[in-house]
Design a protein around this ligand. Structure first.
Ligand code: 13P
Length: 248
């Protein structure tokens, strides 16, 4: 049985003054023990949040492929562990696009994260043009095949895949539950012996209004939430929906 996993990605949002939201979210996580809850703030807040909210999984939004070296501006998985992180997101479509990250880089980052002891969320998802051309499944399964590290086979419970259709991110559009079920089923089908353990999350305009329906969709093991994770008022109902979906 895979536990539902509700993860917030704060992207480039949040200051020290935002940590009270994380505390309120931690309280809600405590009140909903049937789900796993994590928050990935900007690197600048990881240490403070991890100290303040020990019952939340706190994570980075990226990590480098290597442990250390002359890579100005980068942060390694080992450094994330050092400041209390438990997980890292890798391969988010915003990094694939703006930082030109290839599937190979994403795979190496996922390996580095697992090697350092972090859980990892590997993001995949198609642009609108690919969906409209009818090629979404081929595109996403290609990303899955090339972005997953071999180490996954030894630690499938520490790996989640987030399916985030790019056209649904921050747009208020969500994939239909039929589209989500079809894609998640296809991803699960591609996971071989790891299929029972790897959690597959949906991301893209998840809100308190649509979370229950999405989280009850077959093969959806959780949600990766952007905008609605920035405030406890919006994120807590999504956590509650996760627990509700676990109980059905
Ligand atoms: P939104 O929930 O703001 O659409 O963002 C989704 C996302 O990219 C999470 O990683």
């Amino acid at each position: 049985m895979r536990r539902k996993y509700i993860v917030g990605n704060w992207k480039m949002n949040g200051h020290i003054t935002s940590l009270h939201e994380a505390q309120a979210i931690e309280k809600a996580a405590h009140a909903h023990p049937g789900v796993d809850v994590a928050l990935c703030p900007p690197f600048t807040l990881v240490m403070a949040m991890a100290k303040l909210c020990p019952q939340l999984g706190v994570g980075g939004q990226d990590c480098h492929t290597l442990d250390k070296g002359a890579f100005t501006g980068s942060v390694s998985a080992d450094m994330l562990v050092d400041c209390g992180a438990k997980l890292a997101i890798v391969g988010h479509s915003e990094r694939r696009e703006y930082s030109h990250e290839s599937n190979e880089m994403v795979r190496n980052k996922a390996s580095a994260a697992l090697g350092a002891g972090l859980d990892v969320i590997i993001c995949v998802g198609e642009p609108l043009s690919v969906r409209e051309a009818g090629d979404a499944e081929t595109y996403v399964l290609g990303q899955v095949a090339q972005s997953l590290p071999m180490a996954l086979l030894h630690a499938p419970k520490r790996v989640a895949i987030a399916y985030e259709p790019i056209w649904a991110i921050g747009t208020g559009l969500t994939a239909s539950t039929d589209e989500i079920a079809a894609m998640h089923g296809a991803i699960r089908g591609a996971l071989g012996s790891a299929a029972n353990d790897v959690r597959i999350l949906y991301g893209g305009s998840v809100t308190p209004d649509n979370a229950a329906e999405i989280l009850a969709t077959s093969d959806v093991d959780g949600a990766l939430v952007g905008g609605a994770s920035l405030s406890a008022a919006k994120f807590v109902p999504i956590i509650a929906a996760g627990e509700g979906a676990s109980n059905t």
